[in-house]
Design a binder for this molecule. Structure first.
Ligand SMILES: *[C@@H]1O[C@H](CO)[C@@H](O)[C@H](O)[C@H]1NC(C)=O
Ligand SMILES: *[C@@H]1O[C@H](CO)[C@@H](O)[C@H](O)[C@H]1NC(C)=O
Length: 352
């Protein structure tokens, strides 16, 4: 019965998806969902030896990724929005206030308070406690040298052991992605358990990454070469290099905020400087439209991590770079409160 219900729900989901699809493809400035949004298919294309099939699929890829066309209209939305009257009935603060304090719409500043993970401990007997223990044991199984293998290789340092497989495979364009997640996962796990063995391991990974960044010497820190960004900026096929860079930057930020690792912020800031120069160079050499066109490839939550970095450093460059990863094609629609963005939310919002 339950299975049947789930089946029904997934059928409804598919019908809804199909309806949305038809709706979206009629609008301008959207990334029409295509089969190429499947990473598996794109990976198959990337490694395929069938040149005619590759050409065919990549032509499709370029055709279906539309370029933002109306950025000036989008830019105009900003001042208007800021100048708007405070009690605009569609304003989020207003709506929230209305729900929280019917009658008088004043915001309570400390309605939601963040509790530090350092101050929360799960009951080891509980389901959540057991899940946390499983997660901890999994993180402890991961090997430092294997995790940083491709980072060392990219930096021209000696590698030890062998790289992991899957997305971390030595010839997979997303390599390094999992390591970014590892930095976030271990920071959170350590804050939640203060397990000393885990702290040693994550600190060893951070030290190895620091060595790689120092060796490269430009601020760049990645498990794949900068040539991927040359392709990204030339709007040639490459598998989402910023999507992975975002994970690494977010991992460094979590290491900074949760573990007190003294080098994490410095490493992150240096990376931000590298990419600031890179994006600035694209805009100077070509145009801002060219930069936005390149953002049709998935860039993860680059803007999110950079806004967070800005809130730590107060450096205007970090704020500017964050803005440059806000996609007009997407945010324009959002700002106009259109209701047809849900289908491609995962591509433009930060995802885990
Ligand atoms: C290569 O791809 C084409 C489609 O573009 C297909 O018709 C052909 O059978 C493929 N060749 C091989 C060897 O798989
Ligand atoms: C960390 O957790 C593992 C797994 O529960 C445990 O074996 C190890 O003793 C812990 N390390 C420390 C220093 O407590």
């Amino acid at each position: 019965m339950k299975d049947l219900f789930l089946l029904n729900v997934s059928w409804i989901g598919m019908v809804v998806l199909l309806l949305c699809n038809v709706n979206i493809s009629a609008k301008e400035c959207t990334n029409t969902p295509t089969p190429l949004q499947s990473h598996t298919l794109r990976y198959e294309i990337a490694i395929s030896k069938n040149e005619s099939w590759k050409q065919e699929m990549l032509a499709y890829y370029h055709h279906d990724h539309l370029t933002p066309t109306d950025e000036s209209a989008w830019a105009n939305l900003f001042p208007r929005k800021i100048l708007r009257e405070e009690n605009d009935e569609f304003d989020w603060n207003f709506m929230f206030g209305k729900m929280k304090h019917p009658g008088h719409y004043k915001m309570e500043v400390d309605f939601l308070k963040e509790v530090s993970l350092h101050d929360v401990r799960l009951d080891p007997q509980s389901l959540h406690g057991q899940a946390q223990q499983t997660n901890l044991e999994y993180l402890l199984m991961l090997d430092v040298d294997r995790l940083v293998w491709s980072f060392r290789k990219t930096a021209g340092l000696a590698t030890l052991g062998s790289p992991y497989g899957g997305w971390e495979g030595a010839d997979v364009e997303l390599r390094g992605h999992f390591v970014g997640h590892y930095l976030s996962a271990t920071a959170q796990m350590w804050a939640s358990t203060h397990n000393g063995t885990l702290k040693e391991k994550m600190t060893a990974v951070m030290s190895a990454l620091k060595e790689c960044q120092d060796q490269i010497g430009t601020g760049y820190l990645s498990a794949f070469p900068t040539e991927f960004f040359d392709r990204f900026e030339a709007v040639q096929y490459v598998w989402a290099p910023y999507y992975t860079i975002h994970k690494i930057m977010a991992g460094l930020l979590d290491q900074h905020t949760l573990t007190g690792n003294a080098q994490a912020l410095e490493m992150l800031t240096w990376m931000a400087e590298y990419f600031y120069n890179r994006v600035q160079n694209v805009i100077k050499t070509y145009t801002i439209e060219r930069h936005w066109m390149s953002l049709n490839e998935e860039v993860g939550g680059m803007n999110d991590v950079l806004y967070q970095l800005y809130s730590v450093t107060g450096d205007q460059k970090h704020l500017l770079l964050a803005h440059l990863f806000d996609k007009p094609c997407f945010l324009g629609i959002l700002a106009m409160k259109a209701d047809d963005i849900s289908i491609f939310m995962p591509i433009h919002t930060s995802r885990l």
